[in-house]
Design a protein around this ligand. Structure first.
Ligand SMILES: [Zn+2]
Ligand SMILES: [Zn+2]
Length: 344
């Protein structure tokens, strides 16, 4: 009797393993549990409100657009979460592969942009166009990649110093190997446990939008909870107790989200990443640069444009700024600089 039951159990187990492989991988299982927890949290907060707040239900009947807007934001925040969680941060290996497959997929800023940015703030945008790749494709992809990447470091830099010991590829400036993803990520920001993915060059913008949507949703929900408490303070005490507990937790989330949004907005304006900001003294090429100088900044407007409008099909590689450019950026601001909007 034990034999057939065991066989049946093994068959069910094999079938589950085949159809739902994520349930048997601890990392993927925990990522999935986090996603379920996030959706559940959203549903609990909105559900409690619609279950207890009779005024809100009445308002929904009178002004359906108000609740529709709230629900739209609710769905948009969740959709943005899954969209960001499922997106690629921009892996170095993928960029290297693309470099081999197409001669125009890695695009540098054009010469006009270089001139305007250099005249504004002395930054050094990179220009590698398709023709350079075309020439490089005569050699193997690895060596062309190595050549391209090494041209972004100061002359005389050793390939060995910039080769990732795990992926065995030469890392462009601003890249870092992520231990969780086990891959090198372009413009590495951080590995987000909540999203279960790295935040890098290709999904940082999506991440910023997600934080914004979540912050607005959190703020709106908090306002609805407070207005419920105000109008129902003398009614059933257990209702109030539930609402107050949820409101306190929501307030902590809101403070955290607001700080996170401000922090990432600052990173966008100055073209920095969390990793560069936190580990500045441990990154060899940033160690010597004065604290208040943003080496990769092209001015606020250009930074925001690059962040928001960079095409997701392209990989952007930024070389290290030269010594004279760092000097120009470190120069103190004068009245003339302010009039000329040097920071923009
Ligand atoms: Zn690596
Ligand atoms: Zn990662």
């Amino acid at each position: 009797m034990v034999g057939p039951i065991k066989d049946a159990w093994n068959r069910v187990s094999d079938s589950c393993r085949y159809h739902f492989p994520c349930l048997f991988d601890p990392a993927r299982r925990s990522a999935m549990m986090l996603k379920v927890a996030l959706v559940a949290l959203h549903l609990i907060y909105a559900g409690v409100l619609f279950l207890l707040d009779e005024d809100l239900i009445q308002k929904t009947k009178e002004e359906p657009w108000y609740t529709s807007l709230y629900l739209l934001l609710f769905v948009a925040a969740l959709a943005q979460y899954f969209f960001t969680a499922g997106s690629s941060p921009g892996f170095v290996l993928d960029a290297m592969r693309v470099c081999d497959e197409s001669d125009a997929l890695i695009k540098r800023f054009n010469s006009e942009q270089r001139q305007s940015a250099s005249s504004n703030n002395g930054s050094l945008p990179v220009t590698v166009d398709g023709s350079q790749f075309h020439r490089n494709r005569l050699e193997s992809s690895t060596s062309s990649w190595t050549k391209l990447v090494m041209s972004m470091y100061p002359p005389g830099s050793s390939v060995r110093n910039w080769t990732c010991p795990f992926c065995n590829v030469v890392q462009p400036p601003r890249s870092k190997h992520c231990q969780d993803c086990d891959k090198c990520v372009l413009q590495f920001d951080h590995h987000c446990v909540w999203l279960g993915t790295c935040i890098g060059q290709r999904n940082h913008c999506r991440f910023w939008w997600y934080i914004l949507e979540e912050t607005v949703l959190c703020l709106w929900t908090e306002i609805l909870y407070i207005s419920y408490l105000k109008s129902n303070i003398l009614r059933a005490w257990w209702n109030d107790a539930i609402i107050i507990v949820l409101l306190i937790a929501l307030s902590f989330c809101l403070i955290f989200l607001l700080l996170l949004l401000l922090f990432h907005s600052y990173l966008v304006l100055t073209n920095q990443t969390t990793y560069e900001l936190v580990r500045r003294r441990r990154i060899p090429y940033l160690r010597e640069i004065p604290e208040r100088v943003y080496p990769f900044s092209n001015g606020i407007c250009q930074n925001v444009y690059n962040f928001c409008c960079a095409r997701s099909s392209l990989y952007y590689l930024e070389p290290l700024p030269r010594a004279h450019e760092i000097e120009a950026k470190a120069r103190p601001y004068t009245c003339l600089d302010i009039l000329r909007c040097r920071c923009c």
